[in-house]
Design a protein around this ligand. Structure first.
Ligand SMILES: CC(C)(COP(=O)(O)OP(=O)(O)OC[C@H]1O[C@@H](n2cnc3c(N)ncnc32)[C@H](O)[C@@H]1OP(=O)(O)O)[C@@H](O)C(=O)NCCC(=O)NCCS
Length: 185
């Protein structure tokens, strides 16, 4: 990926579009193969990620929907709307009706351009969307306990740890603990 300018200047957060799917798939599958941000063990297919995207609010609907999917776009790439270099989503949290006002946040930034504030930008954007949405009361994130950067990022934005599952998942031949962080909006 073209590195672009240092820092997050020029990066625009906008609603996801169908054309972002290949970049979003590549960003996610890099973490499936190399990290513990996701406990998926097998790479997602384009069809699976298309279904995931379809379960979110994209385009104009991302501005007011309860399950927005937004991307951080690199405008210097020349593609209309810019190429997606990261994304954040607020996904449905469990299917039961009582959980309808709770959403689960995910945030991923392309591995080549981390540490420049793009994750912070994406998080701030979806938190603003959540605060503006009367249908959302709680934002949860489930983060691997070893992901200190992500946990710090969440805490800096007001999230509070509300629980831990010890050895609830297994990846790369070891047991993993996850941490649930909550923001009441
Ligand atoms: C977590 C993640 C989204 C942060 O995105 P980012 O653009 O690197 O974030 P920022 O530049 O805004 O920095 C946020 C924090 O990340 C950490 N960070 C800095 N440089 C980093 C780097 N090169 N790689 C990873 N994390 C870094 C920092 O600790 C920073 O916090 P600090 O400013 O208090 O030190 C990104 O590392 C990522 O996509 N990781 C893989 C997926 C993941 O873990 N998602 C979160 C769980 S759902």
């Amino acid at each position: 990926m073209a590195a672009g300018p240092e820092g997050a200047e020029g990066i625009v957060v906008r609603p996801a579009e169908e054309g972002d799917l290949p970049e979003l798939l590549a960003i996610y599958n890099h973490e499936v193969a190399n990290g513990t941000a996701t406990y998926d063990l097998e790479p997602a297919t384009l069809a699976e990620r298309a279904a995931w995207m379809a379960a979110h609010d994209t385009g104009e609907a991302a501005l007011t929907g309860t399950h927005p999917l937004v991307v951080a776009a690199l405008p210097e790439d020349g593609r209309p709307g810019g190429r997606a270099a990261g994304y954040a989503s607020l996904s449905p949290y469990r299917g039961k009706g009582g959980y309808a006002a709770t959403v689960e946040l995910s945030v991923y930034v392309h591995q080549d351009i981390r540490g420049r504030g793009i994750g912070t930008l994406l998080m701030r954007h979806v938190i603003c969307l959540a605060r503006a949405n009367e249908g959302i009361h709680v934002v949860l994130s489930v983060v691997d306990s070893a992901n200190a950067g992500s946990i710090r990022l969440h805490e800096r934005l007001g999230f509070v740890e509300v629980g831990r599952v010890r050895e609830g998942a297994r990846k790369f031949g070891r047991w993993l603990d996850d941490v649930t962080l909550e923001l009441v909006v």
